[in-house]
Design a protein around this ligand. Structure first.
Ligand code: SF4
Length: 229
C-alpha cells in the first residue's frame, strides 16, 4: 500500500467545506422561492447595496455593486456560511442550497463564472409588494446611497472638506438612527435590518478607510487602513 497522498486532480465535490468557509453565496432570481417559502429566513441574509464596495470573486478585487447583492450571513465574526455545520462539515440545507452553491465546482469554475453576475435577486424582487416597508427602504436608499457617501468621502480631500465631513456624519447618523426607530416603532426583528437596509455605514465605512465612533449619539470618524468591508 502506497503511503503517498493522492495527487490526482479533484473531479467531484468531496464536501470538504472549504468553499462554504470562504463565505455564503449571493442570491439569484432562481433562489427567490427559498426566501418566499421560508427555507432561508430574511434574518439570515444581508444586502450589499447598489454602489457599495464588494469583493468580486471572479474579478478578485473590490468593486462597487451594480445592483443589490443578497447574501447569506457568516457565523459569528467569520465569513463561514451560516448554514455550514462546522463540526460535521455539512450544509444544513444541502437539498435546498442556492444556485451558486450548486454551480460551484472548485475544480472547474466555468459554470459559476457564467452565472455569477447575472439575474441577481434584489430586495425589490422580494419586498416591493409590502407597502409601507418598501417605501421606508426606498427612502433610506435615497437618503443614504453609496453614491452620496462616495461623493462625500472623495470631497474630504478637497477644499470643501468641512461641508463634506458634516454631510458624511449626517448620513451616518441617519442610517444608524432610522434602524433603531424601525426596530423600536416598527417592531422589526433587529436581525433583519442588515437585509432590509443593507449593512450599516458604521460597519462598511472601513472599506472606505474610516472607523466610526459613536459617543452618546455624536458620531466621529477616525481614518484607518481600508479593509474588506
Ligand atoms: S448554503 Fe450550504 S452549500 Fe451553500 S455555502 Fe452555505 S453551507 Fe455551503
Amino acid at each position: 500500500m502506497s503511503t503517498h497522498k493522492s495527487v490526482l486532480p479533484t473531479t467531484e465535490c468531496i464536501r470538504c467545506g472549504t468553499c462554504c468557509q470562504k463565505g455564503g453565496p449571493s442570491f439569484h432570481l432562481e433562489d427567490k422561492a427559498l426566501v418566499e417559502k421560508g427555507v432561508i429566513l430574511a434574518k439570515h441574509l444581508y444586502t450589499i447595496r447598489a454602489g457599495e464596495l464588494s469583493y468580486d470573486n471572479i474579478q478578485r478585487h473590490l468593486i462597487p455593486a451594480t445592483t443589490d447583492i443578497i447574501k447569506i450571513k457568516g457565523q459569528k465574526d467569520s465569513w463561514t456560511c451560516f448554514f455550514l455545520n462546522i463540526k460535521k462539515n455539512r450544509c444544513r440545507i444541502y437539498d435546498h442550497r442556492p444556485l451558486e452553491c450548486r454551480a460551484l465546482k472548485c475544480w472547474d469554475t466555468r459554470e459559476i463564472e457564467k452565472i455569477y453576475a447575472t439575474n441577481r435577486l434584489t430586495r425589490q424582487d422580494l419586498l416591493s409588494g409590502i407597502e409601507g416597508l418598501w417605501d421606508l427602504i426606498k427612502d433610506h436608499q435615497t437618503r443614504c446611497s453609496y453614491e452620496q457617501l462616495k461623493r462625500f468621502v472623495d470631497a474630504l480631500k478637497g477644499t470643501e472638506k468641512d461641508a463634506a465631513l458634516q454631510g458624511l456624519l449626517k448620513i451616518i447618523a441617519y442610517d444608524s438612527e432610522m434602524r433603531k426607530l424601525a426596530v423600536q416603532k416598527g417592531s422589526l426583528d433587529p436581525e433583519m435590518t442588515d437585509f432590509l437596509f443593507g449593512r450599516p455605514f458604521t460597519e462598511t465605512l472601513k472599506g472606505y478607510g474610516f472607523k466610526v465612533h459613536n459617543k452618546e449619539g455624536t458620531y466621529r470618524l477616525v481614518p484607518v487602513k481600508a479593509t474588506k468591508p
